[in-house]
Design a protein around this ligand. Structure first.
Ligand SMILES: C[S@@+](CC[C@H](N)C(=O)[O-])C[C@H]1O[C@@H](n2cnc3c(N)ncnc32)[C@H](O)[C@@H]1O
Length: 364
């Protein structure tokens, strides 16, 4: 039996859960540790429930002392790995824990940490949410686009993080169209049996006219030049049925009146930092792009661009995913340099950068 007794009473609030989850990683299955805290950490039990769904009774949660000054809880490790791999979210969680994508190659593996595109570099470090507004803005987008019982096409699904949000909502069909073959493989593993993933160009999907109720694409138009942006939106407009919805989640420049020389500076700084020719538009320009292809903008939501802020990373990747990301950053020097440079660029321009989600409808 392990005698490890983490006392988190003196720690700052944000450090408590990471410390406890690190402690949980240490003992072998069947062992336990005793946690001391100055209040009842009941809500921590819920996090264990999410991350260790196969552990009955909140991973063996036994109160040894219940206040009023101190709470001591024996937490027993009932399982080592996440089981129930048959749901998309559990598959992703398992990948975050192990750092493996079902043993397969991650996209962008042919480039060194110095040269990798920012999103694949983050993926290499264990990040799975690769869009500027995080998973929260994705959820808003999915709610507005109403994917339940819909024929859904996802353009550029990346590693399948949004597919894992869409499938539990019960779409009639799901088709992903992804340009990168390794990424397409990753999405296939997530949708396994509940949809189809094609390797292809979002501007030329090969899908029939008027065959989709919802087309969604996140963090993929920003990286296209003007012509390609128009080609993709035109393709979406062709593929959508009347009353169908196009949902986008992209990087925006703010305010709409931002001077051209400042947007040019920011685009160049982003290109240097993330090694992608990022060309964000203002919210008004994104709306005009969609309207120019006959789509009617129904909903617009913006949130700060906080992709690499610690709080957002925890919200997007969960405590364990965030810890994994932090550990990988600590041990991978070149990757750390790149990520810090990306973060510095986002911070420097944070007043002019935002994440935008827009849902536009094809008129009936
Ligand atoms: C920044 S990642 C975003 C991935 C995912 N949508 C997300 O938000 O996590 C950009 C993705 O767009 C894909 N992509 C870029 N241009 C594309 C195109 N023309 N057709 C299909 N996929 C494309 C890339 O391969 C990559 O998976």
């Amino acid at each position: 039996m392990s005698t490890y007794e983490p006392d988190v009473r003196q720690l700052r609030k944000p450090d408590k859960h990471p410390t406890i989850f690190t402690a949980y990683a240490a003992p072998a299955v069947g062992e336990s540790f005793v946690l001391a805290n100055n209040h009842d950490p009941r809500h921590l039990g819920a996090e264990f429930d999410i991350d260790y769904p196969d552990s009955p009774d909140i991973s063996g949660w036994e109160y040894l002392e219940q206040g009023p000054q101190a709470w001591r809880i024996r937490i027993s490790k009932l399982s080592a790995v996440l089981k129930s791999p048959d749901t998309p979210k559990n598959l992703l969680r398992q990948e975050m824990m192990t750092g493996r994508q079902g043993g397969a190659q991650l996209p962008g593996a042919d480039r060194s940490d110095d040269a990798a595109q920012g999103h694949w570099l983050l993926a290499r470090l264990g990040k799975r949410v690769l869009r500027p507004g995080g998973v929260e803005l994705t959820r808003t987008l999915l709610l507005r686009a109403d994917v339940s019982r819909a024929d859904v096409v996802e353009l550029a699904p990346g590693l399948g993080r949004t597919a894992a949000e869409i499938l539990p909502k019960g779409p009639r069909t799901y088709i992903g169209v992804e340009g990168d073959p390794d990424a397409a493989d990753a999405v296939r593993r997530v949708v396994a049996g509940h949809g189809e993933v094609r390797v292809g160009d979002a501007a030329d999907t090969g899908l029939p006219d008027a065959s989709a109720d919802v087309v969604i694409g996140e963090a993929m138009l920003t990286m296209q030049g003007d012509l390609a942006k128009h080609a993709i939106v035109s393709e979406v407009s062709r593929v959508l049925r009347p009353n169908g919805r196009y949902a986008i989640h992209e990087l925006a420049l703010t305010p709409d009146t931002i001077p051209e020389e400042i947007s040019t500076d920011i685009r160049q700084a982003l290109a240097r930092a993330i090694k992608v020719n990022a060309r964000p538009l203002t919210v008004a320009e994104w709306s005009q792009l969609l309207a120019g292809h006959g789509l009617v903008v129904d909903h617009v939501a913006t949130v700060p661009m906080a992709l690499l802020q610690p709080r957002r990373i925890i919200a997007d990747e969960g405590v364990i995913g965030a810890l994994r990301f932090a550990r990988n950053l600590l041990v991978q020097r070149d990757a750390r340099k790149r990520v810090l440079a990306m973060r510095a660029t986002f911070r420097k321009h944070r007043e002019q950068l935002a994440a935008v989600a827009i849902v536009a409808t094809k008129p009936g």
